[in-house]
Ligand binder design. Structure first.
Ligand code: RTP
Ligand code: MG
Length: 146
């Protein structure tokens, strides 16, 4: 199972990309694709198309284009459920302490990270940013360093 996630521009500006990725890694999630990029307007609109017409839509698009983001693809059993659990609730003030949003987030819009909410959306969203040959297959392994 694959999950798409995106570290938002405020987190890049705050210099907490490493800490956010570290939380995903420490949870045991495997990153199989990663890039720093500035979204195009069409990529942002494609990513957020389910929110067209909602009151926060325009500001969401504007914020998402305000600077570079880090696009991530995570793979593993229950990757979506596990990623969204460590990411935390949409509103950082309702997200559990220790979750990414609960640790670093200060407002709903600038809630540090996006994570796809279903297998169908994850596949759709990761294809906006990655070609299949940019996703790398490897095994996590701690024991062989000993
Ligand atoms: P995401 O898609 O970013 O992982 O977040 P989510 O599923 O927890 O939240 P969703 O409902 O999909 O909303 C997408 C993003 O829109 C922004 N938002 N702003 N009331 C507001 O101002 C508002 N509501 C949502 C958030 O940045 C949210 O992550
Ligand atoms: Mg969502």
């Amino acid at each position: 199972m694959r999950e798409f996630a995106m570290i938002k521009p405020n987190a890049v500006r705050r210099g907490i990309v490493g800490e956010v990725i570290s939380k995903l890694e420490k949870k045991g999630l495997k990153i199989i694709g990663m890039k720093l990029l500035k979204m195009t307007s069409s990529q942002s609109k494609e990513l957020y198309k389910e929110h067209v017409g909602k009151d926060f839509y325009e500001k969401l698009i504007e914020f998402s284009l305000s600077g570079p983001v880090v696009a991530l693809v995570i793979e593993g059993p229950r990757a979506i459920e596990i990623t969204r659990h460590i990411v935390g609730k949409t509103d950082p003030l309702k997200a559990m302490p220790g979750s990414i949003r609960g640790t670093y987030g200060l407002s709903v819009r600038k809630n540090v990270i996006h994570a796809s909410d279903s297998e169908k959306n994850a596949e759709r969203e990761l294809k906006i940013f990655f070609d299949e040959n940019e996703l790398l297959n490897y095994e996590l392994d701690y024991e062989n360093d000993l």
